[in-house]
Design a protein around this ligand. Structure first.
Ligand code: ATP
Ligand code: MG
Length: 320
C-alpha cells in the first residue's frame, strides 16, 4: 500500500497536476491513500485562516482530479492519532538523528526563532507513514532521508518493544512531466513561489492562464525546438504541450515554427486539461456541507485503519 501527501504550502499548480495528482488519479491502486499534509505547513510562520482555506481547497482538487474520495484525507483530522504516535516515535528517536536531517540544516541554518516542529516534523512524517502501515512511500530525493528515518524508527520500536510497524520502503514516485516556472525556466514551478507570474495555478481562470503563457520567457532563436539544456523556456512549453496532449515534446516541436502559435496551442491545451478539474473543484467548494461529509468519512476511514497501531504502540511502550 502506497501513501502520498501534498502540503498546502500554496495553491495547487500545473506541475503538481501533471507531475503528481493526475498520475495518482490514473495509476493508484485501490488501497493507496493520499492526504493533504496541513500539519507540515506549520513548521515556519503561517497564517491560520489561509492554511485552513488552502487545505480544504487542496482536498477538493484531489477529489476533482479523479482520486476516489475514499482514498483521501486531511492530515489534521487525524491530529490526535498522529500526535500520540509522534510522541511515541520521538521517544524512540535520538536528538542527533533528528538534527542530522539535511532539510532541517538547510531550512534552520542561521535563523532565529526556528520552530521546534522544523526539527521534529520528520518524526511526524514517520507517524504519517507508520500509522497507515504503508509499505511503499513514493518520495523525491529531498525527502528520502526522512523515509530512512521512518524505517529506522519502525525497526527500533519493533525490536525494542514488540512488532507493531510495517517497515516502509522508499520507492521512485510515478512522475509525469517536470514543469518549470514560466517566468524563470531555470527553476521548477512551485506552489510556494512568492512571485506567481510564472506559475499556472489549477484554479486560475482561462484568461489568466492564457496571459501567463503568452508572457512565458523563451529565447532569441528564430524558431521553437526541443533542447532543455540550452533552451529551457521553449522546451518547457513543448513539454507542457506534450504532457497535456499525450505526445512527446519532440513531436510537438516539429509542428510549430513560431512562438506565438506555440504559446496559443499551449494555452489552449492547458486550459482544456485543467477545465474539468477547475469546474469540479469549484462545484465541490460551493457545497461545503457535502465536502465536509466526504472529508469526515475519509478521516474516519484513515483513523480506523491506524487506530490499532497507535493503541498497540502506546501499550507496548508502557503507556495506558
Ligand atoms: P512547495 O513549493 O511547497 O515545495 P511544490 O509545488 O514544489 O510546493 P510539493 O508539495 O513539493 O509541491 O510536491 C507535491 C507533488 O508535486 C510531488 O509529487 C512533486 O514531485 C510534484 N511537483 C511539484 N512541482 C512540480 C513540477 N514543477 N513539475 C512536476 N511535478 C511537480
Ligand atoms: Mg516542492
Amino acid at each position: 500500500m502506497r501513501l502520498s501527501g501534498i502540503t498546502p504550502s500554496g495553491h495547487a499548480q500545473l506541475g503538481n497536476h501533471l507531475g503528481a495528482i493526475a498520475r495518482w488519479a490514473a495509476d493508484g491502486a485501490p488501497e493507496d491513500l493520499y492526504f493533504v499534509s496541513d500539519l507540515h505547513a506549520m513548521t515556519t510562520t503561517h497564517n491560520p485562516a489561509g492554511l485552513r482555506g488552502r487545505a480544504g481547497e487542496l482536498l477538493a482538487v484531489l477529489i476533482a482530479s479523479g482520486i476516489p474520495a475514499e482514498r483521501v484525507f486531511v492530515q489534521s483530522d487525524l491530529a490526535r492519532e498522529l500526535g500520540a504516535l509522534t510522541w511515541v516515535l520521538e521517544c524512540t528517536c535520538s536528538y542527533g538523528e533528528a538534527a542530522r536531517m539535511i532539510q532541517f540544516k538547510e531550512k534552520a541554518g542561521g535563523q532565529h526563532g526556528v520552530r521546534l516542529s522544523l526539527l521534529t516534523y520528520p518524526v511526524l512524517m514517520a507517524a504519517d507513514i507508520l500509522l497507515q502501515g504503508a509499505d511503499e512511500v513514493p518520495v523525491g530525493q529531498d525527502q528520502s532521508q526522512h523515509v530512512e528515518l521512518a524505517r529506522a524508527l519502525a525497526r527500533r520500536f519493533n525490536s525494542t518493544y514488540g512488532e507493531v510497524f510495517t517497515i516502509p520502503e522508499p520507492v521512485l514516485p510515478v512522475t509525469g512531466a517536470r514543469v518549470r516556472d514560466l517566468a524563470d525556466p531555470t527553476r521548477k514551478m512551485s506552489k510556494s513561489t512568492r512571485d506567481s507570474a510564472g506559475v499556472v495555478f489549477v484554479l486560475d481562470e482561462p484568461t489568466l492562464i492564457r496571459r501567463k503563457i503568452r508572457r512565458a520567457v523563451t529565447d532569441a532563436q528564430p524558431a521553437p525546438a526541443y533542447d532543455p539544456e540550452t533552451r529551457p523556456g521553449v522546451s518547457n512549453l513543448l513539454e507542457i504541450l506534450g504532457a497535456c496532449t499525450g505526445t512527446t515534446p519532440q513531436e510537438v516541436a516539429a509542428e510549430y515554427t513560431s512562438y506565438g502559435a506555440l504559446k496559443e496551442a499551449v494555452a489552449a491545451a492547458v486550459i482544456e486539461t485543467l477545465r474539468p478539474v477547475r469546474e469540479h473543484t469549484l462545484a465541490l467548494l460551493s457545497d461545503p456541507a457535502e465536502l465536509d461529509r466526504v472529508r469526515k468519512a475519509g478521516a474516519v476511514r484513515a483513523a480506523e485503519r491506524g487506530e490499532h497501531r497507535v493503541n498497540a504502540a502506546l501499550r507496548l511502550i508502557g503507556a495506558g
